[in-house]
Design a protein around this ligand. Structure first.
Ligand SMILES: O=C(O)[C@H](O)[C@H](O)COP(=O)(O)O
Ligand SMILES: [Mg+2]
Length: 316
């Protein structure tokens, strides 16, 4: 992750404003923005556990005619999957169009920006179905991923077959990593072989950890780390804080960045994303990964404009 010196919250506040329990300040903060970009894991839910007062808070912002965009780095689900998750979690009225995930960000980067020539433009996926569905939505060919034949022990013959190329797909020109709950030595061996052949190395995101069930688990960055070590290469990450993602979101939703606020639980993805994007504000929610000490300490690298203990605190 590129280090950035002293990224202070949009609006240039050096000391972030604590909003919880302060209704007048909350209302004044909300009134500054027309658009809210919402992170998901650690802000709306922790895995399958919905955090307090989320549906009411979303409804309150809707009632104030605020535009909402759900910007998640979690690549395991597609936009359609997220639409279903919102509904199943009791958050009604969220459309697929309001979701912008890192798997979608990666898919449109590959199909609309990278645009590798046929036939060597196929993607070897180290990730879950969300990546596959978004690549499909952009007509990008792929292999690997949820292919059950790769969820097995490495056999002695596999070494030879990777080395002689018989296990490789000649059309692969890109290796794309995301959060994979089924990594295997065979998958890593194939990915490394493709990178040695000159394939591009991309990642949906490289978050080190995943907030779930109230604690932290290995994140997408922990999944790509062995491949970074083995190949000696660093992937281009297309999720937050990548500004390629911010440009794509602005392009799709057309908004004034100064009237937009990024809401997230992680400083080096969400808050950095909003600040580097020149948004009018950033709000850190302390119900996920980052702790307030990280941005209140002297010389903190990334400082949000404001913070709350939980998103529901915006109800005042
Ligand atoms: O490891 C990951 O992929 C991340 O922890 C997870 O995706 C974060 O999702 P977000 O907080 O951006 O919704
Ligand atoms: Mg998060």
């Amino acid at each position: 992750m590129q280090t950035v010196m002293n990224l202070v919250g949009g609006g240039g506040a050096s000391t972030p404003q604590y909003l919880s329990g302060d209704k007048p300040s909350i209302d004044a903060f909300i009134d500054k923005f027309d658009v809210f970009l919402f992170d998901c894991d650690g802000v709306l839910w922790s895995g399958d556990h919905l955090l307090p007062q989320i549906p009411e808070t979303i409804q309150m912002l809707r009632d104030k005619n605020k535009r909402l965009v759900f910007v998640t780095n979690n690549s395991t689900k597609s936009r359609a999957d997220y639409q279903k998750k919102f509904t199943s979690m009791g958050i009604p009225g969220i459309s697929e169009e309001e979701v912008f995930g890192s798997s979608y960000s990666a898919a449109i980067y590959i199909s609309r920006i990278l645009k590798l020539p046929e036939p060597k433009n196929k993607v070897f996926v180290l990730g879950e179905s969300g990546v596959e569905m978004e690549l499909q939505s952009e007509n990008v060919r792929f292999c690997g991923g949820t292919d059950p034949s790769l969820r097995r022990e490495m056999q002695p013959s596999d070494f030879q077959n990777v080395a002689n190329g018989s296990l490789l797909d000649a059309d692969v020109g890109i290796v794309l990593t995301g959060l994979d709950y089924h990594p295997s030595y065979l998958k890593y061996a194939l990915a490394q072989a493709y990178l040695r052949q000159g394939a591009r190395f991309l990642a949906t995101n490289i978050d080190s950890s995943l907030p779930s069930a109230g604690t932290l688990f290995p994140g997408a960055g922990a999944i790509s780390a062995p491949l970074i070590q083995a190949s000696g290469q660093e992937p281009l990450a297309l999720g937050k804080p990548s500004q390629a993602m911010m440009d794509a979101i602005e392009g799709k939703f057309q908004f004034d960045r100064k009237r937009a606020c990024m809401v997230g639980d992680r400083l080096n993805t969400d808050i950095e994303f909003g600040i580097r994007g020149g948004l009018g504000g950033t709000l850190c929610v302390l119900s996920g990964v980052s702790q307030k000490e990280e941005f209140l300490e002297k010389g903190a690298k990334v400082v949000p404009s404001a913070y709350v203990d939980g998103l529901g605190d915006l109800l005042g």
